[in-house]
Design a protein around this ligand. Structure first.
Ligand code: RIB
Ligand code: CA
Length: 312
């Protein structure tokens, strides 16, 4: 079976970095490009960090594009409290030497969807949805050409992680999320409901460190840093590896289960802006618009992730 062509839209972030490594280690997917967006840290850092990860994987051939530096219609909220000042805190990392592409990320997304055959490109947003929504707004014709959008964002049973009601990626740019969820392209949602079930416990972190490879060491040291926030807040025994769930879905979808439901985005609520109103119980009568993952085989997920990272 030929590799699935994907564009990863990202705001690295330690968990984004692991997702990118998983994609670059997996022959089931072909990364056509990586588009950086402002999110966990400002755009110059997310564009820097994406290239650091590509160089760590020995993939200086991957094209990295800088995208939107702020949400569509509100100020940027970042998450240095989770990811550190650089967004990849933990190990000391040299600046990348591979160049950033001159083309804007939104133009790359539009041009790629127009150039490739309809239904052959999967968009994998693992940060705020600003780049994707801006591309859809600027070029509505590309929406029907998208094979699938597989995104990390939102929550239902797990409620919010940046506010009591909202998950970070959706909260940063709710207007963008509203555009994406309302566009009509097939959407698969990896929300906190599944990502909070893939915790990098001590033994799982040690499995990365024991690889004796630079990528394995980096993943362990990123996890050592990244997990302190969630362990303190939730009392959990490890950090949730949010973004790699998107790539794992593409490689081994049977690791996940969920429902095709209606998901709307709250953009106006006093206390609920950025909330994904997921109609898990089918009470709204609104048409289903997304496959919302609800459960995951965590051991199977880490088996896959560990086996693939060890290949780098
Ligand atoms: O809420 C988790 C999401 O926000 C992840 O994508 C993480 O990288 C941050 O961007
Ligand atoms: Ca992210």
């Amino acid at each position: 079976m030929s590799a699935r062509k994907i564009i990863i839209d990202t705001d690295p972030g330690q968990d984004d970095a692991v997702a990118i490594l998983l994609a670059l280690a997996s022959p089931e997917v072909e990364v056509l490009g990586i588009t950086a967006v402002a999110g966990n840290v400002p755009l110059p850092l997310t564009a820097r960090n994406a290239r650091i990860v590509c160089e760590l994987a020995g993939r200086r051939d991957i094209r990295v594009f800088a995208g939107c530096d702020a949400p569509m219609s509100r100020g940027l909220v970042t998450a240095e409290h989770v990811h550190g000042k650089t967004g990849l805190d933990g190990p000391q990392l040299p600046d990348p030497t591979m160049p950033l592409q001159d083309t804007h990320a939104v133009d790359f997304i539009i041009d790629t969807l127009r150039a490739e055959a309809p239904g052959t490109i999967t968009l994998c947003p693992i940060g705020p949805l600003t780049n994707i929504a801006t591309a859809f707004r600027r070029a509505p014709d590309i929406v029907e050409r998208v094979q699938e959008i597989v995104l990390m964002g939102g929550a239902y049973f797990e409620v919010g992680n940046i506010t009591p009601a909202a998950e970070f990626n959706i909260y940063v740019d709710p207007e963008a999320a509203e555009i994406v969820f309302g566009a009509g392209a097939p959407i698969t949602v990896m929300s906190l409901d599944v990502t909070h079930k893939v915790l990098v416990t001590g033994p799982r972190t040690e499995a990365f460190r024991a690889m004796g490879t630079e990528p394995g060491r980096m993943v362990a040291e990123w996890t050592d840093f990244f997990e302190r926030f969630d362990k303190e807040k939730y009392g959990s025994d490890g950090a949730p590896l949010h973004d790699p769930c998107v790539i794992a879905w593409l490689i081994e979808p049977t690791l996940f289960s969920g429902r095709q439901i209606n998901v709307e985005i709250e953009t106006k609520g006093t206390f609920t802006q950025g909330m994904t109103v997921a109609d898990w119980w089918g009470v709204s009568g609104r048409a289903p618009n997304a496959f919302f993952a609800g459960d995951v085989d965590a051991d199977g997920f880490f088996r896959l992730l560990t086996e693939r990272i060890a290949r780098l």
